[in-house]
Design a protein around this ligand. Structure first.
Ligand SMILES: Nc1ncnc2c1ncn2[C@@H]1O[C@H](COP(=O)(O)OP(=O)(O)OP(=O)(O)O)[C@@H](O)[C@H]1O
Ligand SMILES: [Mg+2]
Length: 318
């Protein structure tokens, strides 16, 4: 039996951006992730992916909805409890350079969490754990004394992963963790993440622009548009039978390395404005760009409906 690690219901995160201007970065988003599995979260820049990740990790206080982690409601917790949660929930960032303190050695960076949470009983034990973590991510203990600028982008991301693994977490948000890396290095890092998942039973929220990488790593995929989920289901289903016009458009823009396919394949254009998450109007947020939009789309907000087998889409016309 599979167990749910994370159950998110009706999550909202709003930002006040001026007089009566409310930016609805995440607006009524629901999904769940099973233990040891990966949910891919895709969508255009600014649609709210990072905000979902940061709200789950309680960097942001949610403005509505509930987050159940291992059955426990963590939507609103004390500072103390939130510190404890950071042991179980970690994040890997897009830009490994900006997210690593340049004045700390790699050893100090990886050890920081161990020290904050007083995990090791002695300096020697700490050093040993740091060496173990560096080895796990394909670096060596000699790297511990060097500074982030002495590493390549791929190596720096390995340091970021070692830091995230230091506290033995159960859940990791990988926010564009590979987007800044060379294509060849991307595959190495993704394979490493998948290996850790198998070995350590980790659960991931994998945020990415690159749809083909998400197909490779994610068991389930959620497609986000302007703060809302428009489609969600098993990755194979979503990729082979996308039902929401937005998902269809996104997927049709992905290049496929097959000349025959490219000859017959049609790109679905997505014209019009992306729209604004500030004071959004009722109705479907994609409707201004949608080929299939009808009157109801302009007035009624569609909700995610099951199309069969847990494949859900929020569209009035499917
Ligand atoms: N702290 C903040 N204050 C105000 N607005 C914010 C804040 N953080 C994010 N936003 C806004 O919320 C929306 C969603 O931002 P978010 O960073 O979650 O998008 P994203 O999908 O991660 O984009 P990208 O793919 O570019 O990383 C954007 O309109 C952004 O400007
Ligand atoms: Mg982001």
């Amino acid at each position: 039996m599979s167990e749910t690690l994370l159950q998110v219901t009706g999550l909202k995160k709003y930002f006040n951006v001026g007089k009566k201007q409310i930016l609805k970065a995440v607006d009524d988003v629901s999904f769940s992730i099973e233990k040891g599995k990966t949910l891919g979260l895709v969508g255009e820049s600014g649609c709210g992916k990072t905000t979902v990740g940061r709200t789950l990790l309680r960097i942001y206080e949610p403005d509505g909805g509930t987050i159940l982690f291992d059955g426990q409601d963590i939507s609103h917790v004390s500072k103390q409890k939130s510190r404890e949660l950071t042991k179980k929930m970690q994040m890997i960032f897009q830009d490994p350079y900006a997210s690593l303190n340049p004045f700390f050695t790699v050893g100090e960076i990886v050890a920081e969490g161990l020290q904050i949470h007083k995990i090791c009983k002695s300096r020697a034990e700490e050093r040993e754990r740091v060496n173990e973590l560096l080895t796990m991510v394909g670096l060596s203990k000699d790297h511990a004394n060097r500074f982030p600028h002495e590493f390549s982008g791929g190596q720096r991301q390995r340091v970021g992963i070692a830091r995230a693994l230091a506290l033995d977490p159960e859940f990791i948000v990988c926010d564009e963790a590979i987007s800044a890396l060379d294509v060849s290095i991307q595959a190495q890092v993704v394979n490493m993440l998948m290996e850790f998942q198998r070995e350590l039973g980790l659960t991931y929220l994998f945020i990415a622009h690159d749809l083909s990488m998400v197909r490779h790593i994610a068991d389930q995929t959620a497609v986000m548009y302007l703060g809302t989920l428009v489609e969600y289901g098993d990755t194979n289903e979503v990729y082979s039978h996308p039902v929401h016009p937005y998902t269809q458009g996104l997927l049709s823009a992905v290049p496929v390395a097959d000349p025959d396919y490219e000859k017959t394949h049609q790109r679905i254009p997505m014209d019009g404005e992306v729209g604004s998450p500030i004071n959004p109007k009722p109705g479907c947020r994609f409707c201004g760009r949608c080929r299939k939009a009808t009157d109801i789309c302009r007035t009624e907000t569609p909700v995610l409906r099951d199309m069969g087998g847990g494949h859900r889409a929020a569209c009035h016309n499917v």
